[in-house]
Design a protein around this ligand. Sequence first.
Ligand SMILES: [Zn+2]
Length: 174
Amino acid sequence: MALLPILSFPDARLRTIAKPVEKVTDEIRQLAADMLETMYEAPGIGLAATQVDRHIQLIVMDLSEEKDQPMVFINPKITPLTEETQPYEEGCLSVPQIYDKVNRTSRVKIEAINLNDEAFEIEADGLLAVCIQHEMDHLNGKLFVDYLSPLKRQRAREKVEKVVRQREKVAVKR
Ligand SMILES: [Zn+2]
């Protein structure tokens, strides 16, 4: 197991479009395990491979209170099940310390593959629906700040750069 460095906004690598996973190998299973460890450590509730500079369609998530229900989505597809949208205050491990409301479809169908290479399908609403749409955006090179006004996005960029500089200083001292 290993902690992976997380790319932060406005890193251009976050704009890469992820390719489908051709086969679920041990290497993919290891990457998913490392991504889960990185996500728990951060701490966060979801992480897309794009954020750790691996450009394949792989998402990990854990929305449980106890952090004991890891979910892995490989080659996910989502289909809206309603035209209704819900606003939700989102954050992102690649945009640290920035939170803002984004409107997303409130109910979606998720089709994906698991780590045993088996296809599965679930209907999602609430936080799971929000989170899967947020993570799917990462696989398409999109960030939640793209939905905000240019002014808010600029402020987010400045704040994130400051946070990253501070983290680097702390890392050097260690
Ligand atoms: Zn994110």
